[in-house]
Design a protein around this ligand. Structure first.
Ligand SMILES: N[C@@H](CCC(=O)N[C@@H](CS)C(=O)NCC(=O)O)C(=O)O
Length: 217
């Protein structure tokens, strides 16, 4: 049975999974879930994912939600020789990668998701000072990580870079990255040259950008 990835191109975490799938050239079926029309709230989808989120991975009779959990699973199970680079078994390297993934959830994806939700509800028409400060301090921390290693968790690309590529590219449309974060700017420039980024992130990011710009004043 082929792997199925339930996704929405505009969704940053869904793009993180699509980028890893592209990086690994994983054979899979992509299933679009339209959050605007409530595809994620149908009884069939809720049975597969009670969290009613995209992305969701289906591997036979196994389901796993959350892009970070999906990507560590995919890298470990289907990464082949690339597993050793993307999600090494060395416990300390792996703990650093996990730490960056949790940092992504709370500091980048979490804070930008809160801005997008507030824009959607019509509570704000641009990020508040507090929301801007939170993303800027997350950028500052990322810059510090990148002062120590070439990529966010090691001197080579890992799944943490792929998750953060999706989140940072989206967050930077809400709160641009100040050039004083020179290591972060350089890392993001490097990532933007990658084929898997261009193919699996850029088109969905354009949709996200159009949506955000339609709400920002
Ligand atoms: N931490 C999760 C976040 C998933 C998430 O919140 N996805 C949003 C789209 S960006 C969603 O599906 N929202 C619909 C809902 O929560 O009902 C991940 O990384 O996959």
């Amino acid at each position: 049975m082929p792997l199925k990835i339930y996704k929405l191109d505009a969704s940053p975490p869904a793009r993180a999974v699509m980028m890893l799938a592209e990086f690994l050239k994983l054979k899979h079926e992509a299933v679009d879930v339209n959050l605007m029309t409530g595809d994620h709230l149908t009884p069939e989808y809720l049975k597969k994912n009670p969290q009613h989120t995209v992305p969701l991975l289906e591997d036979g009779d196994f389901y796993v939600a959350d892009s970070h959990a999906i990507n560590t699973y995919l890298a470990s199970k289907y990464g082949g020789a690339q597993s050793a680079q993307l999600y090494p078994t060395d416990l300390q390297v792996r703990a650093t990668i996990d730490s960056r993934l949790y940092f992504d959830i709370s500091a980048i994806a979490g804070n930008s998701g809160a801005i997008v939700s507030a824009l959607l509800r019509g509570d704000i028409t641009s990020p508040t000072k507090e929301q801007t400060d939170k993303l800027n301090s997350a950028y500052e921390i990322l810059d510090k990580f990148l002062q120590k290693t070439k990529f966010v968790a090691a001197d080579h690309l890992t799944v943490a870079d792929i998750s953060l590529a999706a989140s940072v590219s989206s967050a930077s449309l809400l709160v641009p990255i100040d050039e004083k974060y020179s290591k972060l700017t350089a890392w993001f420039n490097t990532i933007q040259q990658e084929d898997w980024y261009k193919k699996a992130n850029v088109p969905g990011l354009e949709g996200y950008k159009a949506f955000v710009q339609s709400k920002l004043k």
